[in-house]
Design a protein around this ligand. Structure first.
Ligand code: NAD
Length: 353
């Protein structure tokens, strides 16, 4: 079907990444009358095999474009005449932002700016255009043992990654206040689930444990994160994208506060049972802490619940078992990710610890 015949034409940046691909799997099937165009330049974290099954869907297209490339972006917007954008493309790994912040500034800030400018130009004729900007709770910095992040929390980013996301959030906000763009922003906690690149804590531990490799844990391992199963996150994005109020921000969390070390021990326990092997927690190795490592993140998600009726459906106990099953059943996917460039990065990063 020609793209002009669809009820709505929605661009999704970063659709080949972890959350973006889960979101596309959710949206493309749920909204067959809408066209979804995945704009992604396929960095090490982008993987088209995350989108298996969608290639044949009549309402899905892929455009290999770097959001830092203004001209290519403008041509793509001209081609599809989008009505909306869900913006997930970003450099997303805090450790990489410490060793090489430039890409984070260019993609997370510069790329977001390019998109905002194109939307501003597109909407000058009075047409409406919804932008949903996906952000993180890391923009709020670190919590003490008590309290929660809310939509009113001050921005106190501590890593180049969170600073670049904070800057992009503020740019998005300014384009709403200054130019009247129809924007919503969501700040979510740590996601986990299928298709997460195995440099992030949960898939890293699963992959190393199943291969009998050391399980690196930063510092004392008592950093707390509020874990959100990616499917719950996708449902929240769907709701905010369709029903969120322009100019509002929504915090999304899983009500699952866990210390990193408890997660590592739980994965070891579950995997030891599944594989029937020697206890895998013998592989845990405490390594030098990440500089500026935030101690605790936790989200009060009562605003999105009261306004839009969203609540997470998965407890951590259920979500982690589903995640573990998925990685065990998709070992070829894992092997593919950890070969090549990523293996080089991993070996240089972790060999000195
Ligand atoms: N994963 C989490 O726990 C989490 C938590 C809060 C917020 N977020 C945010 O959600 C979004 C998605 O996160 P993720 O975990 O899926 O990330 P990811 O690293 O798995 O995927 C990022 C995707 O963006 C693409 N990309 C990167 N730079 C690009 C560029 N210049 N042009 C075009 N595409 C580019 C990559 O190819 C990849 O497909 C990000 O904005 C991230 O900041 C993630």
């Amino acid at each position: 079907m020609p793209h002009s015949d669809f009820a709505r034409k929605i661009a999704i940046t970063g659709g080949a990444g972890f959350i973006g691909s889960n979101l596309l799997q959710h949206m493309v099937r749920k909204y067959p009358d809408c066209l979804f165009v995945n704009i992604d330049c396929l960095t090490y974290a982008g993987n088209l095999s995350n989108l298996v099954g969608l290639e044949q869907a009549g309402n899905y297209r892929f455009e290999k474009i770097d959001i830092r490339d203004n001209q290519a972006l403008a041509a793509c917007f001209e081609k599809y005449q989008f009505d909306a954008l869900i913006h997930l493309a970003a450099e997303s790994h805090v450790d990489r932002s410490i060793t090489g912040p430039a890409d984070f500034i260019e993609t997370n800030i510069g790329g977001t700016f390019n998109l905002l400018e194109i939307i501003r130009r597109t909407t000058q004729d009075g047409s409406s255009f919804r932008l949903h900007h996906i952000s993180t709770d890391e923009v709020f910095g670190s919590l003490g043992p008590k309290g929660y992040f809310t939509e009113k929390s001050a921005y106190r980013p501590n890593s180049p990654y969170s600073a670049s996301k904070a800057a992009s959030d503020l740019l998005v906000r300014s384009y709403h206040k200054t130019y009247g763009l129809d924007v919503v922003t969501t700040n979510c906690s740590n996601n986990y689930g299928p298709y997460q690149f195995p440099e992030k804590l949960i898939p890293l531990i699963i992959n190393n444990a199943r291969n009998g490799k050391p399980l690196p844990v930063y510092g004392d391992g008592k950093q707390i994160r509020d874990w959100l199963f990616v499917t719950d996150h996708c449902e929240a994005i769907d709701l905010v994208f369709h029903k969120g109020i322009a100019g509002e921000t929504y915090c999304i969390g899983g009500h699952n506060e866990m210390e990193n070390i408890s997660i590592v021990r739980l994965i070891c326990k579950l995997l030891t049972q599944r594989l029937g092997c020697q206890p895998l927690d013998r592989l845990i190795q405490f390594v030098t802490d990440r500089p500026g490592h935030d101690r605790r993140y936790a989200i009060d998600a009562s605003y999105i619940k009261s306004q839009l009726g969203w609540e997470p459906r998965f407890t951590f106990e259920t979500g982690i078992k589903m995640t573990l099953d998925w990685y065990l059943e998709n070992q070829a996917w894992l092997e593919n990710c950890v070969s090549g460039e990523y293996r080089k990065y991993y070996e240089t990063t972790y060999s000195n610890r």
